[in-house]
Design a protein. Structure first.
Length: 262
């Protein structure tokens, strides 16, 4: 991983209905890293992601890609740099896998070019290969399992050929096997394909296994941004989530257990 800064948030705040949802955040995303964002419900994770991908404008502060402010980019230009996989999608999408992934090429279309070119189909083929779902190419989305559908949405984001992928809770509603498959896919894309990744998650073990750094939010403010080994400590997790945790160590990456009262 190199130290080139892809994205910088400086003093970013976002307010709605007179309430501060995210307060004075300063954060960089480094090329080649995986940054995980954790925190309780209502901490501001999804709001932060939507700011980072340009779907929301900060109430104050600034966002820049490299040295260039977001305001200098069109929506299409920003989408050529940052791909977004939201937490939820429509349940019924009347498309095949290939058609869905082809939608990821929208940043490269225009009023003067609405039909895909050979380069677009090549990008789709590469995305299907990277996601490991070439065999699903002609399958309707409605026939797929939850894990397969999530892989398709990630492939659609890959087809954007962006340098940064931002994902919101990519393993929500998946069983343990498919959670593991999505985690393995993202790890492979990050560590082997060199894709930079920002992911919001409630799964602390997922964050530990995948992330180079973990950013913790609480009530719209940053609690800390640390390595998994630094972040996943009982006292730190109790501070963030107001719940007792046990942390199991012994390997390179710590694992967490939420303690329950009986």
């Amino acid at each position: 991983m190199n130290s080139r800064t892809l994205l910088t948030a400086h003093g970013v705040e976002w307010q709605a209905a007179g309430r501060t949802i995210l307060s004075r955040l300063d954060q960089e995303v480094i090329a080649g890293e995986c940054l995980a964002i954790v925190g309780p419900n209502g901490a501001g994770k999804t709001t932060l992601l939507r700011l980072l991908v340009g779907l929301l404008e900060p109430s104050s502060g600034s966002l820049s890609w490299g040295e260039t402010p977001y305001s200098d980019f069109s929506r299409r230009q920003l989408a050529q740099r940052i791909a977004y996989v939201p937490q939820s999608h429509p349940l019924r999408i009347p498309l095949t896998v290939e058609q869905m992934v082809l939608l990821g090429r929208y940043p490269y279309l225009s009023a003067l070019r609405v039909a895909p070119r050979e380069s677009d189909f090549q990008a789709v083929a590469k995305a299907l290969e990277l996601a490991g779902i070439e065999a699903l190419r002609q399958r309707p989305l409605g026939e797929l399992s939850g894990g397969e559908r999530q892989s398709v949405f990630i492939a659609s984001a890959l087809a954007q050929e962006a340098e940064l992928m931002v994902l919101d809770e990519p393993t929500t509603h998946l069983d343990p096997l498919h959670q593991r498959e999505i985690a393995s896919l993202l790890a492979r894309l990050n560590r082997q394909a060199g894709l930079s990744v920002v992911v919001a998650t409630h799964d602390l073990n997922f964050a530990s296994l995948l992330a180079d750094r973990i950013l913790a939010l609480r009530n719209g403010a940053v609690v800390a941004c640390e390595t998994p080994a630094e972040m996943l400590r009982e006292e730190r997790l109790a501070e963030i989530f107001e719940a007792p945790f046990s942390v199991v160590r012994g390997g390179e990456r710590p694992m967490t257990l939420l303690e329950w009262e009986r």
